[in-house]
Design a binder for this molecule. Structure first.
Ligand code: SF4
Ligand code: SF4
Length: 486
């Protein structure tokens, strides 16, 4: 009881002393847990087991999507937990427990848990190509997977094949390039996790950057007997943003000065960070914002023909032009064209308007375009959360039934127990979605102004540059509102 009182008091004093941040590593049990070498291993093992059940179920279970856990667990339960809970609250905590890189990492380290003292990576350790030192591959990979989402969310075997590929690729990559190049540069999920983690309420940061600068041996990079050098190929002592920190917690094990903190903080803490801003991340915002709208339109909208088009194998009886490839190709064109060209172009026009309105010529348009793109993160994240709300509220009964009969082959151990499809509060869902979207809009507007202030610190130029951005954000929100309300 006394310990609890101490932590509560410590929490509030820390919030005041450290400008609204609280270091979770001050809590003894969290500190000990995250420093324990078995922690990440245990978390990955649990998910490894679940994922292999999902893969086997995808190959050998019922081909009916909503009766097979490979669909129900991955595309309803996991997706909801990831986007609604983990990313906003706990940054890239999914990467801590993700089983996809497990085999490669264990093979490369030749160890499961313990850090060997005479350690040598089992890898060619080739340098990652500098041209690919960005998230363009993740942008395109996510778009490609999203394009085939109709197959992914309806056919268990397709989900199983994709997961199997995502298990095999990291093993080859690790043997050539070493460490987590798959997570950092390839994983299609990692791209948007990185972007949205900028909004998250959790961060891992050095406590004292001067200490890091002066520390010659930098064990967080090189590793020591307590752990490995950062597997994500970043310098923990210089962290300013969440994007590429996979929360593996190796650095808190290796730092001899305990100079890393795992802070709770306010939402959106990284959006104003100036380091690392680039076009690949800007396009990630455009892709995520656009795809949120398209997913709502195709999967939750009233136009069945769009659903037909999204399925390359669908053959309805109304003419060749709308069947199979004939319908799928225009659908692909819309998906890729809107995400990669139309949304960025419209945003570019509004950014041009911002520059003109500011009256300041010295700020390069490209810089302004990149900087303002970060204002889209809260709105895009909240649009995805809004999209995910009906996934759970409408389909929750599938999760219960999948737990009772995981592969959909009538194994129901509680025979006779079956939960009929019963959507929860369907009439309220559009209002919930609208509220979530309004929160995103409010945050986006707030950060838009602060980004404008960064670029135009003098006089009223920031306010003038900010106004076209507000129009853009409001315009996009109105489209979402129309999609929710029908
Ligand atoms: S985080 Fe620790 S090990 Fe890394 S540079 Fe800073 S003080 Fe050194
Ligand atoms: S910064 Fe630390 S927690 Fe983040 S990926 Fe690197 S070693 Fe892991």
């Amino acid at each position: 009881m006394a310990a609890t009182r101490w932590h509560v008091r410590d929490f509030f004093s820390s919030l005041i002393l450290h400008r609204g941040k609280f270091d979770l590593l001050q809590i003894g049990i969290i500190n000990r847990l995250l420093k324990h070498r078995a922690f990440q291993y245990a978390a990955m093992m649990v998910n490894l087991f679940v994922f292999w059940v999902i893969i086997l179920s995808g190959f050998f279970g019922s081909p009916v999507g909503n009766r097979n856990i490979s669909i129900v667990f991955v595309w309803i339960l996991w997706w909801f937990a990831l986007i609604v809970l983990m990313v906003p609250l706990l940054s890239r905590i999914w990467c801590t427990m993700c089983p996809l890189p497990a085999f490669g990492e264990w093979l490369e380290r030749r160890a499961l848990v313990k850090k060997r003292s005479a350690f040598k990576y089992l890898s060619l350790r080739k340098p990652w190509p500098s041209k690919l030192n960005n998230i363009w591959l993740q942008n395109l990979g996510f778009l490609a997977i999203a394009t085939f989402s109709a197959l992914l969310v309806t056919r268990p075997v397709v989900t199983a094949i994709v997961l199997l590929i995502l298990f095999v690729v990291p093993v080859f990559l690790v043997l050539i390039y070493s460490r987590r190049v798959f997570c950092r540069f390839i994983c299609p999920v990692g791209g948007f996790l990185g972007l949205f983690s900028m909004f998250s309420a959790l961060e891992l940061r050095p406590k004292d950057k001067t200490l890091c600068r002066n520390h010659m041996t930098k064990e967080c990079v090189r590793g020591n007997d307590n752990g490995y050098g950062c597997p994500w190929i970043i310098y923990p002592g210089g962290l300013e943003r969440n994007n590429y920190c996979g929360l593996c917690f190796e650095c808190i094990k290796t730092c001899p000065y305990n100079n890393l903190a795992l802070n709770l903080r306010s939402f959106g803490g990284d959006i104003l960070a100036k380091t690392g801003r680039a076009l690949d991340e800007a396009w990630k915002s455009f892709i995520m914002l656009t795809l949120a709208g398209l997913y709502i339109l195709v999967m939750q909208g009233p136009w069945g023909v769009l659903k037909d088009w999204s399925n390359v194998f669908w053959a309805p009886p109304y003419g060749w032009a709308l069947t199979g490839v004939g319908g799928f190709l225009p659908y692909v064109g819309i998906f890729w064209g809107l995400s990669l060209a139309v949304t960025p172009s419209v945003f570019f026009l509004f950014t041009g308007a911002s520059k003109l309105a500011s009256g300041v010529r010295s700020v390069p348009l490209k810089k302004l375009f990149i900087d303002f793109s970060y204002e889209l993160i809260p709105l895009a994240l909240m649009a995805w959360i809004a999209f995910s709300i009906p996934l759970l509220l409408v389909n929750w009964s599938y999760i219960v039934n999948a737990l009772l009969d995981p592969v959909g082959l009538g194994w129901n151990v509680f025979s006779g127990l079956y939960v009929p499809w019963t959507p929860l509060i369907p009439a309220v869902i559009p209002y919930l979605q609208s509220i979530v979207l309004a929160v995103g809009l409010a945050y986006s507007i707030k950060y838009s102004y602060r980004l404008a202030k960064q670029n135009f610190p003098e006089g009223k130029a920031a306010l003038k540059a900010f106004l076209p951005q507000v129009v853009f954000l409001t315009f996009v929100s109105m489209i979402f509102l129309w999609l929710f309300m029908g």
